[in-house]
Design a protein around this ligand. Structure first.
Ligand SMILES: Nc1ncnc2c1ncn2[C@@H]1O[C@H](COP(=O)(O)OP(=O)(O)OP(=O)(O)O)[C@@H](O)[C@H]1O
Ligand SMILES: [Mg+2]
Length: 409
């Protein structure tokens, strides 16, 4: 996920905090304006990212701000409990930018049980096991082997590993190359639980104090592990967002990071038989500091596909498409140097869309007997011309450099 939803989210939370402050000071007109802007930012967020995990909470907040606007418009006297209901921002008057930012972080009153937010937080944790097999993960042999050694073998034959095994695994590399896919394949192979958490969402100001969310996450994993005696795999996607260099908040990230490091120490120091794992994924490994890295004994580079892997990728993604018989997958692989697995998938999708579009343009789209023409090499060439690789060569060099310095297979 790009940073864009977080940027919009930050601007929504800025307006909301401002609105609540103005509201508590009795500046009704300005408060209405600020609430309105918060609502607009939240609605925009949901429209642009209809599948974003926090949309439910955004819409609820937007509607409570809307109600407050209505109440202010009919000039109701200010009521504290109304403001409290508006959401997770503290309404204490703020005296400086820093204190506004700090206020935005705190959730309701500190000693109140925060049932609303924990409910949302738990919804964010997906515990359904993915159905991905190792065969679907193309290439990345080193990464697959390292995952098998760390997770699959120990859960199946712990007796063969008297010296123990790694509990923390970091997958790093450019976007769209299979980090999430590989974690899902490992989870699918074990008999146990897979807790999938998106670190960026966990840091959301709309969900309450992030360090408490971190601690809740690990408590939940430990409970599952200890009570059922089965492996538990915590997958933290976008783990770099825990370090919070994405905005200028003060203090929050340090607490989150320390909480995370403490929890990781707990996992690494657990009994030899423990099958509690943390897999982190990031495409910004350089933003992780040494203390963080040390807790991940395995650090695995999930790289761009090489030519052979691209052959398999094109093979996989064109399997269900009608291709001209003279078209050679090897040629497509040659033409697509520098493209990621996810780029290859998108290219194949575009090729199919192109022939579907032609069918509709010809007026035969709705005729159920009609079918598309075969996809040719020149379709792919045209698409490649219009679609550059999503990762630049400079980025790749940065990953390779980082990998040479920090990888641990
Ligand atoms: N090695 C691969 N084998 C098969 N499919 C792949 C591979 N890499 C990427 N894909 C395709 O691209 C999609 C996106 O990959 P994935 O989500 O695993 O990337 P990621 O490395 O986690 O990216 P990000 O850093 O953006 O989270 C996959 O669902 C899959 O369809
Ligand atoms: Mg991913």
């Amino acid at each position: 996920m790009s940073l864009a939803p977080q940027e919009l989210e930050n601007s929504a939370s800025k307006y909301a905090a401002e609105a609540i402050k103005l509201d508590s000071e009795g500046s009704n007109g300005q408060a209405i304006n600020a609430y309105q802007r918060a609502v607009e930012a939240l609605v925009k967020l949901v429209q642009i990212y209809p599948d974003y995990k926090l949309n439910k909470i955004y819409m609820e907040r937007a509607s409570s701000y809307q109600n407050r606007i209505k109440a202010l418009q009919v000039s109701n006297p200010l009521c504290d409990s109304d403001i409290n209901r508006l959401g997770s921002f503290d309404q204490k008057p703020a005296t400086s930018t820093n204190s506004i930012l700090n206020n935005m972080q705190s959730v309701k009153k500190r000693n109140e049980p925060n049932t609303e937010c924990s409910l949302y937080f738990e919804e964010l944790l997906m515990t359904d096991k993915p159905k991905v097999s190792w065969n679907e993960v193309i290439g990345l042999e080193d990464a697959k082997r390292a995952m098998r050694e760390s997770i699959v073998y120990p859960t199946m034959r712990p007796d063969l590993l008297p010296l123990g095994w790694a509990r923390g695994i970091l997958l790093f590399g450019p976007p769209g190359c299979g980090k999430t896919l590989i974690a899902a394949a490992a989870a699918a192979e074990i008999e146990g639980y897979f807790i999938n958490v998106d670190a960026a969402s966990m840091m959301s100001k709309w969900l309450g104090e992030a360090e408490k969310n971190v601690s809740k996450l690990f408590t939940m994993a430990r409970k599952l592990h200890d009570s059922e005696g089965v492996p538990v795999l915590i997958f933290v996607d976008e783990i770099d967002s825990l370090l919070g260099n994405r905005n200028s908040e003060v203090g929050g990230e340090v607490r989150v990071k320390n909480q995370f490091l403490t929890e990781m120490d707990g996992i690494n120091g657990k009994s030899r038989e423990s099958k509690l794992y943390v897999i982190g994924a990031t495409n910004k490994p350089w933003s992780l500091e040494a203390g963080f890295l040390r807790r991940f004994q395995k650090r695995i580079y999930v790289s761009l596909p090489n030519r052979e892997s691209r052959i398999h990728l094109f093979d996989q993604y064109t399997k269900m498409l009608q291709m001209e018989s003279s078209l050679k997958i090897e040629d497509l692989a040659k033409l697509s140097d520098g493209y990621s697995g996810s780029d290859v998938k998108d290219i194949c999708q575009s090729a199919q869309l192109r022939v579907v579009d032609e069918l509709f343009q010809s007026g035969k789209g709705l005729d159920s007997d009609s079918s598309t023409r075969c996809i040719t090499e020149s379709d792919f060439k045209d698409i490649l011309k219009m679609r550059k690789p999503s990762v630049s060569m400079d980025m790749i060099r940065a990953y390779v450099r980082w990998s040479e310095q920090f990888k641990a297979l």
